[in-house]
Design a binder for this molecule. Structure first.
Ligand code: FAD
Length: 386
């Protein structure tokens, strides 16, 4: 990969399909070592899951592998390279789990689970919960636990930082370039796209909800990745309009979360509805369910819903991310299954992809967190291990 001899236009070492956060981070970390092309179907990078997230960074979220990748990402978020972004990528938020009396055992289980990987938690009494989140009804503020280290992520700045940095290192990012066909012969991928023909040595599949579809286009067997739709809204509420510093409040039964959002509130019913890969749209029923749950748990006077959307969180069977070469097609690299954690794990995943694609050892910061290539390898999903 160190041979940067110019080839014919459109012939690169690595072609990445998808300019969401996964593809953008991979391009950023790969581009110092290889010639890189990013193919994005939409007119704008980040149009799908990446542009629709709740933007939380929490080291207590997800399974052990996800948490390790999140911890390995923290240093990049806190101190990105000079010039990466003009504003901080993280802002203090906190992550509060609250419960009713009946949900007490769920709260205790969540606290044990969150603490298991070293997250420092503060147990909260009812009065303390209501000081942090005054909108909660007494019934739903029975008790709580707070992870004060959770942060908001500036997803726009992060995505643009990766893309700008990748371009500055020579990568090409082509929008409106849907991959239509991919054939591997004579040591090269021939890629037919809506923007014309390209060729590459390695194909990285960072197509989010479409990752299995892109694999099929390349003659690679799918991994059974499942897109799950999640709904979110931003609503206006006069009573708590000044709230800025409340933590992300999550119910212990994981049926509701909300936090302040620029003078309004962002909320989700934390739905997980199976979907085909598509431009996901919010269902009226899910929005109605969310409003019903908000009214049961809080005293928000919801004046107006200013925005509503849905996005696809795409999971592997074991809910860990997938990164590695396919066992049958050694020049097809999977970068998929980011689920609900693709933003907070993106720096570590980008570094990890760059190491694995170029045949290097994982960076020490990732190894130190106990992440091994085997934990992420696609083969685990084919061998019945998951
Ligand atoms: C409501 C919601 C809340 C979330 N909250 C959080 C959170 O708080 N923290 C967190 O870390 N994560 C969160 N997530 C998850 C996070 O958004 C995703 O894990 C992440 O954005 C996935 O990134 P991606 O690049 O894999 O996918 P995407 O952003 O979907 O990018 C894939 C890209 O591939 C392109 N593509 C597909 N097929 C082709 C093709 N044939 N040719 C060319 N391009 C193609 C698509 O157009 C798309 O742009 C949330 C998600 C949702 C929906």
């Amino acid at each position: 990969m160190n041979d940067r001899t110019p080839r014919a236009t459109g012939d690169v070492d690595v072609a990445i399909v998808g300019a969401g956060i996964a593809g953008a981070a991979a391009a950023y970390f790969l581009s110092p070592q290889a010639s890189v092309l990013v193919l994005e179907r939409e007119a704008q990078p980040g149009y799908h899951a990446t542009g629709r997230s709740a933007a939380l960074f929490s080291e207590a979220y997800g399974n052990g592998t996800v948490r390790a990748l999140t911890r390995a990402s923290r240093a990049f978020f806190e101190s990105p390279p000079a010039g990466f972004a003009t504003q901080p990528l993280l802002a203090p938020r906190g992550h509060l789990v609250f419960c009713t009396a009946e949900q007490r055992s769920l709260l205790d289980a969540a606290a044990t689970d969150m603490a298991a990987t070293g997250t420092r938690l503060r147990p909260l009494k009812s009065t303390e919960v209501r000081v942090l989140v005054p909108a909660l009804r007494e019934s739903h503020a029975f008790a709580g636990v707070l992870d004060a280290a959770a942060q908001d992520v500036d997803v726009h700045a992060l995505l643009q930082g990766f893309l700008r940095g990748a371009r500055a290192r020579g990568a090409r990012v082509v929008a409106g370039a849907e991959l239509l066909a991919a054939d591997y012969s004579a040591g090269r991928w021939r890629l037919a796209t809506r923007d014309g023909e390209y060729s590459a040595g390695v194909l990285v599949d960072a197509a989010g909800a479409w990752a299995d579809e892109v694999a099929r286009l390349a003659g690679v067997g799918p991994l059974g990745l499942q897109p799950l739709r999640r709904t979110a809204v931003v609503f206006e509420c006069r009573r708590h309009a000044g709230a800025r510093d409340w933590p992300m409040a999550v119910s212990a039964d994981e049926s509701l979360y909300f936090r302040p959002e620029a003078g309004n509130f962002l909320a989700s019913p934390a739905d997980e509805t199976r979907s085909v890969p598509c431009d996901a749209q919010p269902e009226e029923l899910d929005v109605a369910l969310l409003v019903e749950r908000l009214q049961a748990a809080t005293r928000f006077d919801i004046r107006r819903i200013n925005a509503k959307w849905a996005g696809l969180r795409t999971f592997a069977a074991d809910r860990s991310l997938v990164a590695g070469l396919d066992q049958h097609q050694r020049f097809f690299f999977w970068l998929a299954g980011q689920g609900g954690y693709g933003i907070q794990t993106s720096p570590a995943m980008g570094m990890l992809v760059a190491a694995l694609v170029t045949g290097c050892e994982l960076p020490g910061a990732i190894q130190d967190q106990g992440v091994t290539p085997e934990l992420l390898a696609p083969i685990r999903l084919r061998s019945g291990v998951a």
